[in-house]
Write a protein that binds this ligand. Structure first.
Ligand code: 5AD
Ligand code: SF4
Length: 470
């Protein structure tokens, strides 16, 4: 057993990260999953969604086929998220269901992985649960074939590396979409915002080599993909771990030259957002006018306590430049309310910044103390009731601006990449260049294509449209 350790997870060793092209290997386990099925449950952010695409790639590589039916599964993989308590609770609730299932069908193998598997307190508890068979962390999921084999031969497996591994380049991937793909550009995070568990669960920042990223994008484009989203906790810190000065703006320029029609990236940190990046985004037509730029709080005092290392003035300056240089740009954000010590006055400053930026959309959260992080130890006198009220006030304002920005799009024509069927009857869904969800009346043949769509209706969270033939 190799358990996670928060102290080790905080270490940022100077040891050079290795890029490995042959570390994933199936050790002749290619038939392990013959005639068997796996089910994967994914919680959390895009990073986890994309990790699940890799885990699916691995499972299919060793012969398993995918199912969405829990009763049919021979292996159930729970890919967890640790960012807030409610993500924890969701995964724990699901584990309750799996426990009952395992009591009826004891041959099912349960794999617990993702960010919760990197948490010391949690794993020390679940390692003794008899109905979880394999626990594996975020740095070593490429070893799942080995763990399955070991489990089948000798019982429970738990391996979690606290100090991050290397960059593994040869893991097979099974993507959910045929048109829009996630592409990792970096792993981990070195920012250590005081509320955040990610630097502990995902480890040191490690950038992939630009050649590997560009090759992956080129191959996706050759295979018909229309869009890539470059993924990292802090995409604009890309390359800071290299010896030379190659940076995210350079990478964007190179990815743009592949000619793939649409390039997006998440998440940008206001700390590293350079003019060079704004130049390249405004210069390249295939870099989409959409920036997710988490502000977290509108109070400089709280930003300091959060360890965010920018002021609201600096943030607003980035927004000003983005609006000036990138026509039609959408700006979205993340905001935490009820950070320890947040007063009514601090909160009002958050409302002020929302009034200034007029975000297209925002993801808003109540502060959730994560074990081992500095903020979890800060004094917090505000009641949950008050925090909920603040969240409701904030959401009301956010929704007002979301609707306002959507209304401006009415009757205009936008290019939309149609991704698949919509939940709405007889419609297909897709996104505009500035990342607005549109439900479009169109033929099935448009799926996977970028088409001009006239916006006919607007709501707070989505738009309606029809193909513009003119
Ligand atoms: N409590 C509440 N929200 C958090 N986030 C990260 N950590 C916490 C926490 N402990 C939010 C931040 C981040 C988003 C992904 O999740 O807003 O940008
Ligand atoms: Fe967490 Fe801050 Fe890193 Fe984002 S930048 S992952 S909020 S520590």
């Amino acid at each position: 057993m190799n358990l996670p350790n928060m102290k080790d997870a905080k270490i940022r060793s100077k040891k050079e990260v290795k890029i490995l092209y042959d570390d994933y290997n199936t050790n002749n386990l290619l038939d392990l999953g013959k005639d068997k099925k796996y089910l994967i449950l994914t919680y959390g952010c895009q990073m986890n969604v994309h990790d699940s695409e890799y885990i699916s790639g691995i499972m299919e590589d060793i012969g398993y086929t995918k199912t969405d039916e829990m009763n049919e599964a021979d292996v159930i993989i729970v890919n967890t998220c640790a960012i807030r308590e409610n993500a924890h609770n969701k995964a724990e609730g699901m584990l309750g269901r799996i426990k009952h299932l395992k009591e009826e069908k004891e041959n099912i193998i349960v794999i617990f992985c993702g960010c919760m598997a990197q948490e010391e307190g949690l794993v020390s508890k679940i390692k003794d649960y008899k109905w979880i068979d394999i626990i594996c962390g975020t740095h070593n999921y490429h070893k799942i074939p080995e763990y399955l084999y070991e489990y089948m031969n000798s019982g429970k497996m738990c391996e979690v590396y606290s100090i991050e591994g290397n960059v593994i380049e040869n893991i097979p991937v099974k993507r959910d979409s045929k048109y829009s793909a996630w592409v990792n550009i970096q792993y981990g995070c070195d920012k250590f915002c005081t509320y955040c568990i990610v630097p502990y669960t995902r480890g040191k920042q490690r950038s992939r080599k630009s050649e590997d990223i560009v090759d992956e994008v080129r191959e996706l484009y050759n295979n018909g993909y229309q869009e890539v989203t470059l993924l990292g906790q802090n995409v604009n810190a890309y390359g800071k771990d290299f010896q030379d000065d190659y940076d995210f703006a350079d990478l964007l320029g190179e990815v743009s030259s592949t000619g793939i029609p649409r390039i997006r990236f998440v998440t940008s940190h206001p700390w590293d957002f350079t003019d060079k990046m704004i130049d390249v985004i405004s210069r390249c037509d295939n870099i989409m006018p959409y920036i997710h730029l988490p502000i977290q709080s509108g109070s400089d005092r709280i930003l300091k306590l959060m360890g965010r290392k920018y002021t609201t003035k600096e943030y607003l300056e980035i927004v000003r430049k983005l609006r000036e240089r990138i026509p039609n740009v959408s700006i979205t954000t993340d905001i935490i309310v009820g950070f320890p010590g947040e007063t009514e006055d601090d909160f009002k400053q958050t409302l002020d910044i929302v009034n200034k930026v007029k975000y297209d959309l925002a993801y808003t959260f109540i502060f959730s103390p994560r074990e081992g992080t500095p903020a979890s130890m800060m004094e917090d006198k505000t009641s949950m009731e008050e925090k909920k009220k603040r969240l409701a006030r904030l959401n009301e304002l956010i929704n007002k601006y979301a609707l306002e920005s959507n209304k401006k799009m009415k009757d205009k024509v936008y290019d939309v990449l149609i991704l698949g069927e919509s939940d709405k009857d007889d419609k297909y869904m897709g996104y505009t260049d500035n990342m607005k969800l549109v439900n479009v009346k169109c033929d099935k043949e448009y799926v996977g294509k970028i088409i001009p769509v006239k916006i006919t209706g607007v709501k707070t969270w989505s738009l309606d449209g029809e193909v513009n033939d003119k």
